[in-house]
Design a protein around this ligand. Structure first.
Ligand SMILES: Nc1nc2c(ncn2[C@@H]2O[C@H](COP(=O)(O)OP(=O)(O)O)[C@@H](O)[C@H]2O)c(=O)[nH]1
Ligand SMILES: [Mg+2]
Length: 233
């Protein structure tokens, strides 16, 4: 990275029952030279996430007992964030490294894009074909993207990404897609077992469709595709 402007980054990590996976994710984040702070929000996990998190030094841990969904958790973390640049990272990623984080934040730090988001090794084939995984949870952007953080708290658990996408399209921001060729997001059936995993997948799809509608999804993808910068990352 040659001439990057030193803009400080606050990283927000939502955690819900990720005791098995969160340790590795945080080891890629804590102490990363480009991250100023790592804020972790754990709400109502019923596994050992809280115990695992309490042992990790160098994080800013926010915990509350009631499970209020990912959107609310991310909003809570962002309200605590000190910096203009906000980086969202899911806590269940497999194979995450400090280099992958550098690769994701670089386009924004270098001023090539306003927003950067990932396309992961196991993003759906159709997303790979499109060159856009519009539901990806890993993104970096300026907090100016979100006029009112409280709006996030009102979204359904998985409405967050769709809401942010709408704001990106509305504002016509330059979008970088960063290919993470070694990072995987585990399928819900792996995390929760086949039956519960499938039910949760459908719930997520329903929430996105309820929020955007089928036409809205098409419009959003089309709008985002137009904003993707040419340079490959
Ligand atoms: N704090 C918090 N985090 C959540 C909640 N639901 C999901 N997450 C986290 O958000 C990220 C994405 O959720 P996940 O279930 O993996 O969705 P997927 O990646 O779209 O399949 C993971 O890091 C989860 O731990 C929640 O209710 N509260
Ligand atoms: Mg996931």
């Amino acid at each position: 990275m040659s001439e990057i402007v030193k803009r400080k980054i606050s990283c927000v990590v939502p955690v819900y029952n990720e005791g098995k996976r969160v340790d590795n994710v945080l080891s890629a984040l804590v102490g990363h030279p480009l991250l100023d702070e790592v804020i972790v929000v754990n709400d109502g996990s019923s596994d050992d996430s809280e115990e695992v998190l309490k042992k990790i030094e160098g994080i800013n841990l926010i915990s509350y007992a009631e499970n209020r969904g990912k959107s609310f958790a991310v909003m809570t973390g962002m309200k605590r964030a000190k910096n203009d640049l906000l980086l969202m990272i899911d806590s269940d990623l497999l194979g995450l490294t400090a280099e992958a984080i550098t690769k994701l934040v670089e386009p924004v730090l270098e001023g090539v894009a306003d927003v950067a988001m990932t396309l992961r090794k196991n993003s759906l084939p159709i997303f790979k074909l499109m060159g856009l995984d519009f539901v990806s949870g890993e993104r970096i952007f300026s907090r100016r993207l979100i006029p009112n953080l409280d709006d996030l708290g009102k979204l359904s658990c998985f409405g967050l990404e769709s809401h942010l996408n709408n704001l990106i399209v509305e504002k016509g921001l330059r979008l970088a897609i960063v290919y993470w060729k070694n990072v995987i997001t585990p399928r819900k059936s792996v995390k929760f077992g086949y039956l519960e995993g499938t039910m949760r997948d459908w719930k997520m799809v329903r929430e996105i469709v309820n929020y955007l509608g089928y036409k809205g999804i098409y419009k959003q993808i089309k709008g985002m595709k137009k904003l993707i910068v040419e340079k490959k990352f």
